[in-house]
Design a protein around this ligand. Structure first.
Ligand SMILES: [Zn+2]
Length: 180
């Protein structure tokens, strides 16, 4: 089977975005230009904003999100520069706030009027992770691997990404009784 162009672990869109420049062993940047970013957007099934967004903005946003993933993995707060970038992008999300009745209670929710594209969709994914106290971001525990992934808080047996062979190392260590 041919190697796919992008690693999509599927935990969170924004971590797939960060992981375009991370991986096992020697890592090549899988988003070297706007054309690759366009293909990545297609592969992740979001609308592409590659034509409308200067590519240096894509690179700068990804650099900020790498900082964010590293901070979260280290148990630190989100850097304020990241939050500013997120709010700027979320301001462009198409839709409006709406009051809805859920389970007998009123909730104020943002109703999207169109599927957000590109960086706005990625920003929405980050915001979803950051606002969910039950989710944690980790860097893969394998020596050779720098991929990030999201897991439910307290899932102590999830220290490796789903990419082979990292996930397989988990099973081997489990057999050896190395996991507690
Ligand atoms: Zn891994």
């Amino acid at each position: 089977m041919a190697d796919p162009e992008f690693i999509l672990l599927g935990d969170a869109l924004w971590l797939d975005f960060v992981n375009t420049v991370r991986g096992r062993g020697k890592v090549v940047d899988r988003l070297p230009d706007a054309a690759a970013y366009h293909r990545w957007a297609k592969a992740t099934r979001i609308g592409s904003d590659a034509d409308a967004t200067p590519f240096q903005h894509v690179r700068r946003f990804r650099a900020r999100l790498i900082e964010l993933a590293e901070a979260l993995h280290g148990g630190k707060a989100a850097p304020s520069t990241v939050v500013t970038s997120l709010n700027t992008l979320l301001d462009r999300a198409p839709g409006r706030e709406q009051l809805t009745r859920e389970g007998g209670a009123w909730r104020l929710r943002f109703g999207a009027s169109a599927v957000p594209e590109g960086l706005v969709a990625i920003a929405h994914s980050v915001a979803t992770t950051l606002s969910d106290a039950a989710v944690e971001v980790h860097e893969c525990a394998a020596d050779e691997c720098t991929l990030f992934f999201a897991v439910p808080k307290g899932a102590l047996d999830r220290r490796w990404c789903n990419l082979e062979p990292c996930g397989r190392e988990t099973r081997v260590e489990r057999r050896r009784g190395a996991l507690r």
